[in-house]
Write a protein that binds this ligand. Structure first.
Ligand SMILES: *Cc1c(COP(=O)(O)O)cnc(C)c1O
Length: 431
């Protein structure tokens, strides 16, 4: 061991530096702002071509490993990990649209995404038209304008559990070379992989099922790598025209991966919602058990939904796994391995019954989150959807007595036991 002759403050930051290569089987966590360059030319190469790692906002080996894992699960060409689901949605939209452009979106989307369209993208000059009857391709078709740059929807939508006909809606977009962007958070790639059905881009809140344990936030954008410059170039001048200072275009440099490359090079690192490598590790570790959890959660959810549907205190259950759900047939066609674990149900006793419910549950946790290993409950009418009017809430399937459940991996008998105990009281209130 060499004797360290440097002084205290220097030793504090330089001593003990490990450079030995070890083959960690788990993904190593590169918790570092940046990476040392081997030599002068290495630095110049990195800045010139973007190859290798220089600074964690533009690339990190832990993050990259998780991106490859998630791209493989979604069947995409590449993935981009971000700091949150909202960052993934914003990055996807800012990759395809700019001032003067237009987006057609399902009205049945996450409230945060709706706010992004209405408050933020609108201020940047991007206009959105919302479609209510998302099952009707002609509703999407008639909303398309010459400046439409994306169709946006969720594969399974909260609160009514609508199932998107991904093939039909992506076909509508294809006619005009407009990409369909699907938020696949509630379904997860275990149940459906939208790119296999024609979607161009998939986004997720990785904070939910992918990470799975309610401990971190994250988001992911997966691109299909099927950008066709000849067909879609007129809708994406930023991909086909020369870069700043006459540099080669994104398409010249990345071909069919141009859209994903633009998100990685020019949108995500500039707006700056980069994930922490530690959070990336936790998302990657969570995703290793995604299938096991979603399979179990879906099975539990179906049993809970059937039990609720048969209960006197319950007016309706909006779970696509039930034969009574209007989208059940489409769910059978698209979802493989279960029907997901997030759904709403409505108590006959209205707001007061809902209040009693959330205050009486013991196994369920009362919080605003989904896709956790633990079962969760929330009253959308007074929380996520409180800014909406009564009429809007009604149209979205959110009534005063409506509760949202996210079913976890507990033993289902304990979940039903908790509900049974709580609803015995509710039935007495109603009677
Ligand atoms: C939670 C969620 C988001 C936002 O993700 P965050 O990780 O909370 O930023 C977007 N879409 C859907 C469907 C969600 O459930």
């Amino acid at each position: 061991m060499t004797v360290d002759t440097t002084s205290f403050h220097t030793r504090a930051v330089h001593a003990g530096r490990g450079q030995g290569a070890a083959s960690s089987r788990a993904t190593p966590i590169y918790l570092t702002a940046g990476f040392e360059f081997d030599d002068f030319d290495h630095a110049a190469d990195h800045f010139g071509t973007g190859a290798g790692f220089g600074y964690t906002r533009t690339g990190n080996p832990t993050v990259r490993a998780v991106e490859r894992q998630l791209a493989a699960l979604e069947g995409g060409a590449d993935a981009l990990l971000l700091a949150s689901g909202q960052a993934a949605v914003a990055t996807a939209l800012l990759t395809v649209a700019g001032a003067g452009d237009h987006i057609v979106s399902s009205t049945h989307i996450y409230e945060g995404t709706r706010g992004l369209f209405l408050d933020n993208l609108a201020r940047l000059g991007i206009e959105t038209t919302f479609i209510d009857d998302i099952a009707d391709p002609s509703a999407w078709l008639s909303a398309i304008r010459p400046n439409t740059r994306a169709l946006f929807a969720e594969s399974i939508a909260n609160a009514r559990n609508d199932i998107l006909d991904i093939a039909a809606i992506s076909a509508v977009g294809d006619e005009f070379a407009i990409p369909l962007i699907v938020d696949n958070t509630l379904a997860t790639p275990y149940l459906v992989r939208p790119i296999e059905h024609g979607a161009a881009v998939v986004v997720h809140s990785a904070s939910k099922f992918l990470a799975g344990h309610g401990s971190v936030l994250g988001g992911v954008l997966v691109d299909d790598g099927r950008f066709d410059a000849a067909k879609a170039g007129h809708n994406a001048p930023h991909l086909v025209l020369p870069g700043r200072g006459g540099q080669p275009s994104v398409v010249e440099r990345h071909g069919a991966n141009a859209r994903g490359a633009y998100a990685r090079e020019s949108v995500a690192p500039r707006f700056g919602a980069s994930p922490s490598p530690l959070n990336a590790f936790l998302i990657g570790q969570g995703a290793e058990t995604l299938g096991l959890r979603v399979e179990r959660q879906s099975r539990n959810a179906l049993e809970v939904a059937r039990w609720l549907e048969a209960h006197d205190a319950v007016e309706s259950v909006d779970y696509v796994g039930l034969e009574s759900h209007p989208d059940h047939a489409r769910a059978v066609a698209y979802l493989d391995g279960g029907f997901g674990s997030i759904f709403t149900f409505t108590l006959r006793g209205g707001l007061e019954a809902a209040r009693d419910f959330v205050e009486s549950v013991q196994v369920f946790t009362h919080m605003t989150h989904i896709g956790d290993v633990r079962s969760l409950v929330l009253h959308p009418g007074t929380t996520s959807h409180s800014a909406r009017t009564d009429a809007e809430r009604d149209e979205l399937g959110v009534k005063p007595g409506t509760l949202r459940l996210s079913i976890g991996i507990e033993d289902v008998s304990d979940l039903v036991g908790d509900l049974s105990r709580v609803l015995t009281g509710a039935r007495e209130t109603v009677a």
